[in-house]
Design a protein around this ligand. Structure first.
Ligand code: LLP
Length: 463
């Protein structure tokens, strides 16, 4: 097949440029349930619907780009984690993945707790009625103001990240006449198999207190001696977008051995351990994530076994999934603006958003998939790069994917699995207006975070 046979873009392996992609799916109209939210389906007329609402209707009503969030799926995933871990464990949803007041209420209703890592996330959680004792407060450099607010609110735990913070939190709590429940975050020396920027448990990084050189034991020693603190456990988070449970197992083993050391030295058995978040999701059909019940079983078994060996009471386990709950539940809906075929290379498809609504591709070289959702097409697949409208050539949303070669301006395309770390990391680059988040459920759609307006931008610009 010659290249000229596909003027809109090359198809076959012998003419494809280098890139991270496999052959196009046999039928581009089929939506892989692995990467799409639960209620997403092709309708009889060839369009795509979510929560019973057609994407064209959503685009018309709410505009594009927009994050479309499947509330049924979000609740189902939250519930699946809650059920898998049972009543002897706690699931703290990591709000950094995506947080809004509606999400806080869903989590509360589904029986989850919440991990926040800034004053802003804490304020959002409290304003939506999450009971403070179900909130964990994280961060490697919490301000005095943030710590004060968290202690005053009565958060269930503050996760201490440094020697300075041990003293700082104790001092603030004591000043307020409180005894703050705390965990100590340790780095267990596990390097999770993920992108360098989001691996967090190897020692050469900013988070936590190293276990290997005795620093963590020293931190516990100091924290136990302070009246303002009640040390309830040890925390470990080894990274993000992890598929292999081996890293968690090593982490659990090392944390339990620290618990045994603390028991031997201080005669105290700390009642809790938190193994963090980081479980991977499917961004493309190639990814094979674990189910919550498999994860709960694996973690429960390893902690129980290690505790039995060390003759410790099994502590209460908690986990902090963010991406694994929010990620698969939303897609970003874009309208195609321009289509630029480059003979022998690929076709650039420009959409009406970009790196301001999804920075992950530019920042982590993340892989995404994409589909034409406003209609079906039997046209030949073409290799595309989905790019945004920003003044930067690194403004790439989907690096390598296939779309039908009759794609045209005005078509709607959607990028699945954008529920985590897309809206929460969105920016106003080029004074882009951050898109809304529209929650869809049982035939109803409602805006849970509205689209920014030019007035919003200008309101901040007081000069
Ligand atoms: N717990 C702690 C202490 C964390 O630092 C994180 C993520 C989580 C839980 C939740 O991890 P998850 O289950 O969502 O992977 N912006 C990056 C991810 C940074 C994650 C930072 N911490 C991304 O877009 O991939």
């Amino acid at each position: 097949m010659s290249r000229s046979a596909h003027p809109a873009g090359p198809r076959h392996a012998d003419v494809l440029p280098e890139g991270h992609y496999s052959a196009p799916a046999a039928d581009l109209n089929v939506l892989d349930p692995k990467v799409w939210a639960q209620t997403v389906t092709r309708t009889e007329d060839g369009s795509v619907s979510v929560g019973g609402i057609d994407v064209a209707t959503l685009a018309e009503e709410f505009g594009t780009p927009a994050y479309i969030l499947d509330e049924t799926d979000f609740r189902a995933r939250a519930r699946a984690w809650r059920t898998a871990f049972g009543h002897d464990a706690d699931v703290f949803y990591a709000g950094k993945a995506f947080l809004s007041r509606a999400v806080v209420r869903w989590l509360h209703e589904e029986g989850l707790n919440l991990d926040v890592c800034s004053g802003g996330e804490l304020a959002t959680a409290l304003s939506a009625g999450m009971p403070a004792d179900r909130i964990a407060f994280h961060g490697n450099n919490k301000s005095v103001e943030e710590i004060t607010k968290a202690v005053e609110a009565g958060v269930g735990r503050i996760v201490l990240d440094s020697f300075q913070e041990i003293v700082r939190v104790a001092h603030i709590a004591q000043g307020l006449g409180r005894r703050q429940r705390v965990q100590i975050r340790v780095t267990v020396g596990v390097e999770a198999h993920t992108h360098e920027f989001i691996a967090t448990a190897h020692e050469d990084q900013k988070f936590g207190i190293a276990l290997a050189d005795g620093q963590a034991a020293e931190a516990v020693r100091r924290a136990l001696a302070l009246d303002g603190l009640e040390v309830i456990g040890i925390h470990s988070h080894i990274g993000s977008q992890i598929f292999d449970m081996a890293g968690f197992e090593v982490a659990a083993r090392r944390v339990v051995s620290l618990l045994a050391q603390i028991r031997d030295e201080h005669g105290v058995e700390l009642p809790e351990i938190d193994l963090g978040g980081g479980l991977g999701i499917a961004y493309t059909s190639e990814d094979d994530p674990r189910e919550p019940h498999e994860i709960a079983k694996a973690l429960g078994e390893i902690v129980t076994r290690e505790c039995e060996a060390a003759k410790l009471r099994t502590p209460r386990i908690s986990v902090e999934p963010g991406r694994a709950i929010a990620g698969p539940t939303a897609f970003t809906l874009y309208e195609v603006g321009t289509v630029k075929p480059l003979e022998g290379l690929r076709t650039y498809v420009s959409v009406d958003g970009g790196m301001s609504d999804n920075i992950r591709t530019a920042l982590y070289d993340a892989e995404y998939s994409v589909a034409l959702v406003s209609r079906t097409s039997d046209a030949e697949p073409m290799l595309v790069r989905v790019v945004g409208k920003h003044c930067e050539s690194g403004d790439i949303v989907v690096k390598d994917a296939f779309l039908p070669s009759d794609l045209a301006p005005g078509d709607l395309v959607a990028v699945p699995a954008t529920g985590a770390y897309c809206r929460s990391m969105a920016s106003n680059y080029n004074h882009a207006l951050r898109p809304p988040v529209v929650a869809v459920r049982d035939g109803e759609a409602r805006v849970i975070v509205r689209r920014e307006t030019e007035e919003d931008l200008l309101r901040l610009d007081v000069g």
